[in-house]
Ligand binder design. Structure first.
Ligand code: FMN
Length: 380
């Protein structure tokens, strides 16, 4: 228990909300999902709360029945590039599906975001649902191809991120030496789905390379995550499930020769919190009044007074079911309420930071610096 990291916290910014009714609330800009000022304000507030990250989920295929947020939203890396200029410490995580993108492009986009933000980028590498095959000219593929494709995709992106050793660029104007070509490495990857020669034309960042997150549930998913992920999202509905998922995944991480302490289990929670239980009930009723007549909203798992929610969080964290709490706000004041009411209690309990430790995402998450695979010197 002694070397257990402090609890980490992130917020998923879902524009108008990850629900059907949030956009109707008087305090929610109805165009929040396409409103950069809204995203900037939420990210800056999360940084005031000393959160580790803002996280953007994504969708690959839509239809008219989807939640309003998915119907009109920004693309993730574009938003995060803007947020990187409006924040200084908080991590910036984009979701990009390995089933519907090209590894060279993703490696380049994410490495650029990592440099633009000076070491604060993360990539949530998901397979996504098979619906996206119809949007990305891949109708010849099937669901069973998605994980084999993801494996190749990750091997390529990680390889490309090592294209240059850390000291490859000399930029010596006097002697006219821009870089050391011996420290540049092509990849020459030949796979079933992708073939990529490389190298990538961008150097490594202050944190080495973006942090890789993943989300999924199956055994096939866990096999890939235990090799390539540094944090994994899990549905936070059920404590016992999150705990057993954590135990199983960390067991597989250890089998890969990696330290389970450097692997984050990240349950998502769409909490509602108030100063008192009653205030939380009122917020829930407010939201229910925005639903069509007769519809109820399931009570979030983390619900009630700030004290009660802080105790629930502590329980999940100490039991090993949660290393990083990934918040979604159900009510438009959700993040503000959490930062104002719950964060001070978690800080008082000593399980959450009062100040950022470092400037990089990897540094604040307590994850090790990834050495370049070609590094020959002893340089760190
Ligand atoms: C906690 C969690 C979060 C997810 N987030 C997204 C997302 O933002 N966008 C998306 O397209 N799919 C998302 N997925 C779906 C996965 O990409 C994947 O399609 C799904 O989990 C099926 O794979 P599995 O059988 O391994 O679970 C998420 C899955 C989980 C469990």
């Amino acid at each position: 228990m002694t070397n257990k990291k402090q609890l980490k916290i992130g917020s998923i910014i879902d524009g108008v909300g990850w629900n059907y009714m949030g956009w109707r609330h008087p305090d929610m800009p109805a165009n929040a999902s396409e409103n950069i000022d809204y995203y900037v304000q939420k990210a800056q507030r999360a940084e005031e709360g000393k959160f580790d990250m803002v996280f953007l989920a994504d969708v690959s295929h839509i239809g008219p029945g989807m939640i309003p947020h998915y119907l009109s939203m920004f693309e993730g890396v574009s938003i995060l590039s803007a947020l990187s200029m409006a924040t200084t410490h908080i991590g910036l995580i984009a979701t990009i599906a390995t089933s519907y993108a090209d590894p060279f492009t993703v490696a380049r986009q994410m490495a650029s975001l990592d440099k633009i933000s000076d070491g604060r980028a993360g990539w949530n590498a998901i397979t996504s649902n098979p619906g996206g095959l119809a949007n990305y000219s891949r109708t010849h593929l099937s669901k069973s191809d998605l994980y084999p494709m993801k494996k190749e995709f990750l091997e390529i992106v990680e390889g490309l991120w090592d294209s240059y050793e850390d000291d490859a660029f000399i930029r010596d104007k006097e002697n006219g030496i821009f870089f050391n070509p011996r420290k540049m490495h092509p990849l020459n990857y030949r796979g079933k789905f992708f073939s990529v020669e490389g190298p990538l034309n961008i150097s490594r960042s202050r944190q080495g390379r973006p942090v890789i997150f993943q989300a999924g549930t199956s055994s096939e998913f866990m096999d890939i995550a235990s090799k390539h992920a540094e944090g994994v999202l899990v549905n936070g509905e059920n404590f016992e499930y999150a705990k057993s998922f954590s135990i199983e995944l960390k067991r597989r991480v250890a089998l890969e020769g990696r330290s389970p302490d450097d692997f984050l289990i990240m349950p998502t929670q769409n909490l509602i919190v108030g100063k008192t239980e009653r205030e939380a009930e009122e917020k829930l009723q407010e939201l229910e009044s925005l639903m069509p007549y007769g519809y109820r909203i399931p009570k979030p798992k983390f619900f009630g007074s700030a004290e009660k929610v802080a105790n629930q969080i502590q329980h999940w964290y100490e039991a090993g079911a949660m290393d990083l709490l990934l918040l979604r706000q159900e009510h438009p004041s959700g993040f503000d309420d959490f930062i104002d009411l719950v964060v001070p209690i978690l800080q008082e309990k000593g399980i959450f930071r009062k100040e950022y430790e470092l400037h990089t995402l990897r540094g604040n998450l307590g994850l090790p610096y990834p050495e370049n695979r070609y590094e020959t010197s002893t340089k760190k």
